[in-house]
Unconditional design. Structure first.
Length: 145
């Protein structure tokens, strides 16, 4: 199972996160560029995301942050659903450089597009919200493994 989860950087770079999200020509040199799936949890008091780290680059970081969805109706619906029925939700974001979530980044990532999935985005989860804007509110933890 672990062997199937480990992808080479070249395979990861060639695999788009969402339609039309191939790696731009100028991004190949960025060591943390990729699709960075996340678990999502929370409820009426807020939403939190946790990067799903792996033991190899570009995914060898634990990152936890609070966020909200730019669309207030979707944000409220997610909070309500998580409050009423705590279960696994994941975020399948567009590709980005994970080190932009480092609080010391000179070019911090303030928002990104993502699909929000009920269940695991790579294991038969159901996409509930397509290409929503996730707004990063606060980085709680940023740690290279």
């Amino acid at each position: 199972m672990l062997g199937g989860a480990l992808l080479s950087l070249s395979a990861l770079a060639a695999e788009p996160a969402m339609t039309g999200m191939a790696m731009p020509a100028g991004k190949q040199h960025i060591p943390t560029w990729g699709t960075h799936g996340m678990a999502m949890f929370g409820g009426k008091n807020g939403l939190t995301a946790s990067h799903l780290p792996m033991a190899h680059p570009p995914h060898d970081y634990q990152v936890i942050f609070t966020f909200h969805v730019a669309d207030a109706h979707i944000d409220a619906a997610l909070r309500q659903r998580l409050e009423a029925h705590p279960t696994l939700w994941t975020i399948a974001p567009e590709k980005f450089a994970l080190d932009r979530l480092d609080p010391a980044s000179k070019n911090p990532l303030h928002q990104f597009k993502a699909d929000v999935v009920l269940g695991h985005f790579e294991q038969d989860g159901k996409t509930e919200y397509h290409e929503v804007t996730i707004v990063v509110d606060k980085i709680e933890l940023y740690l290279k493994l």
